[in-house]
Design a protein around this ligand. Structure first.
Ligand code: HEC
Ligand code: HEC
Length: 235
């Protein structure tokens, strides 16, 4: 099934990109630290989002070009040296050390030292996470998923992103009734939209009292309507 495959892909994506991977420092989470200490200036998305008035290069660009330019005699030396560079640069940044090209350096200005904001142990964890996360492989996978999502009708994408598809399929009953059945039972956009907002229970005896949670606080009114329209189209 196409949808099942995409759900699986998203699942793999979430595991890969939410930091469930092994960590050397049991108590230091490089991903969280990066968000806390660096995201005020660097965009952390993969693929990165860029802005006209951004304060710093996206973190993916930083990671990629440190890895490209760091002098190392072989591949296995590269990452430890790149991490050492980060540990030094964040505390003692300078025009001379930066691998940024001259023009970008002029636009951004040299990074202000983060001395006092972040410790060497924290930077070790940040560096390890950076070079594990910002890789060509992860970028390619993330782009493939983005492209698949972009090609979907918006309603289907919302169903996927809001986890409707963990309980519903289009044609097949799962934890809840298929969208095909729901669309055939009701021909009422507002009713369906209201069920998405408020949740449901006891309407489908076949599902043995399983409960549909409320999505009022999770999905905007506008997106609830798009979802409801998409469900009605599944007749
Ligand atoms: C106040 C804004 C700001 C914060 C906060 C910040 N940076 Fe930066 N950073 C910059 C700017 C601007 C540049 C680009 C100019 C330069 O290379 O110095 C940069 C460049 C870098 C570079 C060098 C890139 C290269 O290509 O040589 C590294 C490494 C880096 N940042 C890591 C970090 C890490 C890790 C954190 C969080 C601990 C962080 N930065 C927090 C503004 C910031
Ligand atoms: C945890 C599982 C679960 C999730 C997640 C879930 N549903 Fe449901 N859904 C159910 C169950 C179970 C029912 C049947 C409940 C009942 O018997 O009234 C249901 C029923 C429905 C109904 C019909 C309600 C009625 O009055 O007959 C709609 C519409 C619906 N879901 C849409 C969605 C949408 C859209 C999403 C995502 C935003 C979603 N559901 C997420 C389990 C779920």
């Amino acid at each position: 099934m196409k949808i099942a495959k995409i759900v699986l892909l998203i699942f793999v994506y979430l595991i890969n990109f939410t930091g469930c991977q092994k960590k050397q420092h049991a108590n230091l989470d490089g991903k969280k630290l990066l968000e806390q200490k660096c995201s005020a200036c660097h965009n952390l998305d993969l693929p990165p989002k860029t802005f006209v008035d951004e304060k710093a290069p996206p973190m993916m660009a930083v990671a990629f070009h440190i890895k490209d330019f760091i002098p190392a005699s072989n591949e296995s030396e590269k990452i430890p040296k790149a991490i050492d560079f980060v540990k030094d640069y964040v505390i003692h940044p300078s025009k001379e050390k930066s691998f940024c090209d001259k023009k970008s350096l002029q636009t951004y200005g040299v990074m202000p030292s983060q001395k006092g904001n972040v410790t060497q142990e924290e930077l070790q964890a940040i560096g390890e996470y950076m070079f594990e996360h910002y890789t060509i492989k992860n970028l390619t996978e993330a782009q493939a998923i983005e492209n698949r999502l972009k090609k979907m009708p918006k309603g289907e994408r919302l169903a996927l992103q809001n986890n409707c598809l963990t309980c519903h399929r289009v044609k097949r009953d799962l934890v809840g009734p298929s969208f095909y059945q729901i669309a055939n039972k009701y021909d009422d956009l507002l009713y369906i939209q209201e069920r998405i907002a408020n949740g449901s229970k006891g309407k489908w005896s076949k599902f043995h009292g399983a409960i549909m949670p409320s999505f009022r606080d999770k999905i905007s009114l506008e997106d609830q309507e798009i979802l409801a329209k998409w469900i009605l189209q599944q007749k």
